[in-house]
Write a protein of this length. Structure first.
Lengths: 114, 112
């Protein structure tokens, strides 16, 4: 069945270091979404990418959607302690049309040492 | 603006007891509504989704059921809880189409 996989599962970095999480789908996606979940909190939408090869930036965060629309990455430059949390990618469930059903990756948990 | 309310925030229930979690959305009409479960702080598993009143789709066979008695109300229920039902339950809504999800604050359920 359809799968969305993220690596790494965990990442510990020193504050100021860069961080990247990768997302790979078993199927071509019409779009990919990224969410952030702070410890003890709920997932919060960050961004949606739609076009092949698209790159979007939000301050220190850079999001990419692969040319084949089957992979994506999130890169954080110069991490800060406020970046701590779990980052999820998600794509539409195959054949879900307008239901909005998403399949989520398992997430990458980022720890930042001050 | 739209808001989503989910309660209770935490719940401890004995095995075999019933469950009712409620979620309401304000500031929008005809939202798509979803129940997700997150076990052990990991990935999100879609349990139910609804595109309209009394239109519920179940994604995985389980001990739970969902109902949507009103346009902006979504309820997750169980007649008899199992230990394996413990987890973090998240309600979410989205407008029609491939729009991002907006999650409630979640309910941490512990079945003892």
């Amino acid at each position: 069945g359809q799968q969305v996989m993220q690596i790494p599962q965990y990442q510990h970095v020193q504050e100021g270091e860069d961080f990247t999480t990768y997302c790979n789908s078993s199927t071509t996606l019409s779009n990919i979404q990224w969410y952030k979940q702070r410890p003890g909190g709920h997932p919060v939408f960050l961004i949606q990418l739609v076009k092949s090869g698209e790159v979007k930036k939000q301050k220190r965060l850079t999001f990419q959607f692969g040319e084949a629309k089957k992979n994506s990455s999130l890169h954080i430059t110069a991490t800060q302690t406020t970046d701590v949390g779990t980052y999820f990618c998600a794509g539409p469930v195959e054949g879900s049309s307008n239901t909005g059903k998403l399949i989520f990756g398992q997430g990458t948990t980022l720890q930042v040492k001050p | 603006s739209q808001t989503i309310h989910q309660w209770p925030a935490t719940l401890v229930q004995p095995v075999g007891s019933p469950l009712s979690l409620e979620c309401t959305v304000e500031g929008t009409s005809n939202p798509n509504l979803y129940w997700y479960r997150q076990a052990a702080g990991r990935g999100l598993q879609l349990l139910f989704y609804s595109i309209g009143i009394d239109q519920i789709s179940s994604e995985v066979p389980q001990n739970l059921s969902a109902s949507r008695p009103q346009d902006r109300q979504f309820i997750l229920s169980s007649k008899k809880l199992l230990l394996s039902d413990s987890g973090f339950y998240l309600c979410a809504w989205s407008p029609r189409g491939n729009s991002p999800l907006h999650f409630g604050n979640g309910t941490r359920l512990t079945v003892t």
